[in-house]
Design a protein around this ligand. Sequence first.
Ligand code: ADP
Length: 554
Amino acid sequence: MPHTFQGRLTIAFVAVIALTLILVTILVLNRLDDYFTSQQTADLEVRSETVGGYVQAVADRAAGSEPVVGADGTTNEAVVAAMQDPAQRRFIADRLGQADVIIQFGQAVSNGEATVFLPSANGEFRTDLQAGPATGQSREPTSVTQAYAGGPVWGRYVVDITLANPYTYRATALANLTGLLAAITLFALGLSVVVSAALARRFTTPLRQLTDASRGLAEGDLSRRVPTSARRSGSSEIAELAVQFNAMADRLEESVEIIRRDRDRSRDFLADVSHELRTPLAALRTFNQLLIESAGDDPEARAEFLESSAGQIERLDWLAQNLLELSKLDSGLVLLDLRPDDLRAAVESAAHQHDAAASRRGVALIVDLPDAPVRTRHDPPRIGQVVANLVGNAVKFTPRGGTVRVQVSATADGARIDVSDTGVGIDAAELPHIFERFYRGSRANEARGSGSGLGLAIARSIVEMHGGAIEVESGAGAGSRFSVRLPHDPREIAGTPASVRADVASAAEGWERIAAAAAAGEDAASEAPRQDNSANMTETSPSDASQMNTASAP
Ligand code: ADP
């Protein structure tokens, strides 16, 4: 028994066809046999009538005026003599009956209930067929017996004629037919093997291609698919399977691509983090070295180095806070405290945190709020953090004499916050990257402040957690406009992770404790307690651009 599906399918086809052919052959031969038998009986009956008529004529002529069978039941001697005439017997058996002929004279006697044949004791004449058969004929063991009444009223008699073992074409015809059917059966079987093998191959081709594609996938070739031609040649179930397989392979490839991209991003992220940490650490090491070696004795130099070291430590702390923040936002451990509050309050207080920095830099900071409250369900400290970030950047990247404008407006589907400036702007080539972590534009150094490229990444995460979107319009030297769109209620936005995050509140709290403990360990010198997760960024990091400047200066 073959193990392949194609082999089994072929054998099944052939078996069914063979069985059908055998049954048809048996049925045809059986029906034909019956037909020959009835045909032969009809033939014998016709010949028997001829023999009966002839025998009666011979007997009547031989008996003359005497009865053919006497009242005592004996057959007339003249009739007996006529019936024993060899020429007569040959004529009757070989020409008329064309079979073994038994002629029995007798009388019909009534026994009260029925009429029975009473044979005459000397009235039986048996003549075997002696003529040779025609080509293709053979003797058939069959017989027909018929009775014929004759004679005048005063001398009624009955002659019983039996024709047996005639020559027929039956055996030859059956043999010929059997041979023909066998040949047809063999030819049909051969044809069925070829056709069923071709059909089975056609049916199993998509399965084989499905197997090949699965093997390819298993071996890591994620681009393997079941070809469209194969899907068309198979059955609809296999075609559906192939379509589903290809869809699954597409999703798998997509997922692996996402994982790969994530892995690359994580690697880049780690490299960026290391790089960012190395700069202030190197500066600290240099200050330390200088203090130990020579500058330690000079009080002025000492004070300057210590101040610079404090700035670097503050920058490290700020970096750590931002990384922690981003990591928590990314991992979904931040739980939004969504309240149906007036958005104006959060925006106003966040923007005004930069008043001092703006006036120090000679930049006009205008906060343009509508008269009516703008109610959306949001987390005020987190939205404040976004606005503080955007306004901090705007002030940082706007030269003296410029303007930074913060606007809040209600929209049909929620609210919109715009932070626009007349600053240095962003090159078109850099625009797609500014929300990436650690990305700093080429003009960042021109500005009077430098950051770590994490602020916009954090802002985007927070806005997306609210189910909103953040966009930027800018051009080199043409100022920038950052627009934040927020929905009425983040819980109504499909895919907003805020609702899910409620489930991980306890996990977030645990994480908070671990992070706080780790941070405390890192900065053992500073005993200042860490800010709560929901604290505004301005409280946890030096969002003031001048502070950042000092912090980043070695
Ligand atoms: P950073 O802490 O370096 O400011 P951000 O993520 O906040 O990091 O910003 C990333 C980059 O986007 C900046 O380095 C700067 O090139 C560009 N950028 C952000 N805001 C502005 C702005 N208002 N005007 C011009 N460039 C900006």
